[in-house]
Design a protein around this ligand. Structure first.
Ligand code: CDP
Ligand code: CDP
Length: 227
């Protein structure tokens, strides 16, 4: 591909997807797309408007009225729902604990998937989510499935919360992560599952740097053998 390849990074909550996806994108000069942020943005708007989150038609009305876009920001990309900056709001516990309900709606998935595919069409992209390698970009040249133990992932989220001054117990975080993993893995449409041709990477005892190195190796291998 003239403009670079497509790299899909999937896995359960807090496995490190967005952290390493950003670093891999920067390393290759690719665009990074946080697909979870899109589901979170719709969930945030739906919550704001007191929409029943399992009412598919009502949530679809939100999707149709809410263009989502990203803008450069530091340290993190900015996320907009319509003209509202929702970068911080979409990380709240309330959104986190409700997003899987919205993400289970087939029509919502179809609409957001189409938006993601449009963005990825040019190549030179790293996307992270749950179904990128299986559904959104089935032809991605590199597919990574990141996993880590629940304990380690809860610990990671705990540290992240601490740095933001948010206080949620480790035990609660573990339960929340397990509940979300369960919902994401058991929904009918595009559940969280490893693509057959994805490389599985257990990051439980790896540093961010080590994970980025592993993924870069796979990317370089692909790029060097492209001919
Ligand atoms: O960063 P974290 O692992 O907490 O989650 P996220 O990537 O922000 O995704 C939030 C939620 O969106 C997930 O729990 C899924 O329910 C949903 N999601 C999805 O269904 N498909 C994707 N491609 C990305 C996210
Ligand atoms: O996107 P996802 O929910 O999979 O995870 P994240 O938002 O990137 O959060 C992962 C957290 O674990 C970050 O605070 C990282 O610094 C940390 N971490 C990691 O991502 N990978 C490791 N191998 C070790 C720690």
């Amino acid at each position: 591909a003239v403009n670079g390849i497509q790299i899909a990074i999937d896995g359960p909550a807090s496995a490190g997807k967005s952290t390493v996806a950003k670093l891999v994108a920067a390393k290759y000069g690719y665009v990074y797309l946080d697909t979870g942020a899109m589901y979170r943005a719709i969930t945030w708007v739906a919550l704001q408007q007191n929409v029943q989150l399992n009412d598919e038609l009502a949530v679809m009305a939100v999707v149709d009225k809410t263009p989502i876009h990203f803008a450069a920001g530091s340290p993190d990309q900015l996320v907009f729902a319509g003209d509202q900056d929702v970068t911080k709001a979409i990380r709240s516990e309330n959104v986190t604990n409700n997003v899987s309900t919205v993400a289970a709606l087939p029509q919502v998935r179809a609409a957001l998937t189409a938006q993601m595919q449009k963005i990825a069409a040019a190549g030179g992209i790293v996307m992270d989510g749950r179904d990128i390698g299986t559904t959104v970009l089935p032809h991605a040249q590199v597919k990574i499935f990141l996993v880590a133990s629940v304990k380690e992932r809860a610990q990671r989220r705990y540290l992240e919360n601490q740095s933001k001054g948010i206080e949620v117990s480790l035990e609660t975080l573990e339960e929340e992560i397990q509940a979300r993993d369960y919902k994401d893995s058991h929904r009918e449409t595009s559940p969280l599952v490893q693509a057959k041709d994805a490389q599985r990477l257990d990051t439980t005892s790896l540093s961010v740097k080590q994970v980025v190195e592993q993924i870069s190796k796979t990317v370089d291998q692909y790029l060097n053998h492209q001919g």
